[in-house]
Design a protein around this ligand. Structure first.
Ligand code: 2AM
Length: 175
């Protein structure tokens, strides 16, 4: 198949939890919903790119590989609910400066490939459940300090009707 005939991939940059953080997030998601996001799918989206061809993906991967950033910690300390998409999510009352810096660096890099970010304010969040009817979740949150040491490029795919994510690239902090 030549490159232009290859199907576009639905891509996004994200923070991908390490295994212990993922297990803690999954436990909260299960406590809050009968239909939680699958544990292996839990993540924080940084930039949603949408359908991308191979050349676009190469451009994004190239420019972000030059980003230098320091590791940082996100303290996920509250649960909220977006009524229209019926999404329950976990957020951070304080956005760490390291995350703001990474977002700015990524935004500037992606713009050089022609990417135009969503005009809505970005709210850092981990989606815990979708199409959730119950806006309330009464649960004591455990300490959820997420030690971020990389960002990733992920592809969203449907497998037998289920949403799955495949990692296409990962970029560590401090290099
Ligand atoms: P969400 O966590 O709020 O559902 C892959 O679809 C990821 O990109 C999801 O985490 C989703 O966010 C996020 N995303 C952001 N904007 C999107 C859009 N317009 N369409 C689909 N997903 C989007």
């Amino acid at each position: 198949m030549n490159e232009s005939a290859a199907p576009a991939r639905r891509l996004f940059f994200a923070l991908w939890p390490d295994a212990p953080t993922r297990a803690r997030l999954a436990a909260v998601a299960r406590r809050c919903s009968q239909h939680p996001v699958a544990a292996e799918n839990l993540h924080m989206t940084l930039y949603f790119l949408g359908a991308c061809g191979a050349a676009q993906e190469r451009c994004y991967s190239n420019v972000v590989s030059r980003i230098k950033f320091e590791p940082f910690e996100i303290n996920l300390n509250y649960i909220d609910f977006w009524a229209r998409p019926q999404v329950r999510w976990l957020g951070a009352r304080v956005v760490p400066p390291g995350l703001t810096a990474l977002m700015e660096a990524l935004g500037a890099a992606l713009a050089t490939c022609g990417y135009q970010p969503d005009k809505r304010d970005w709210v850092p969040h981990v989606t815990l459940s979708r199409k959730d009817k119950n806006p309330h979740c009464e649960t004591d949150l455990p300490k959820l300090e997420w030690d971020v040491r990389e960002f990733v490029l992920a592809e969203s795919v449907r497998l037998d009707g289920d949403l799955r994510y495949r990692l296409r690239g990962r970029w560590p902090a401090g290099v």
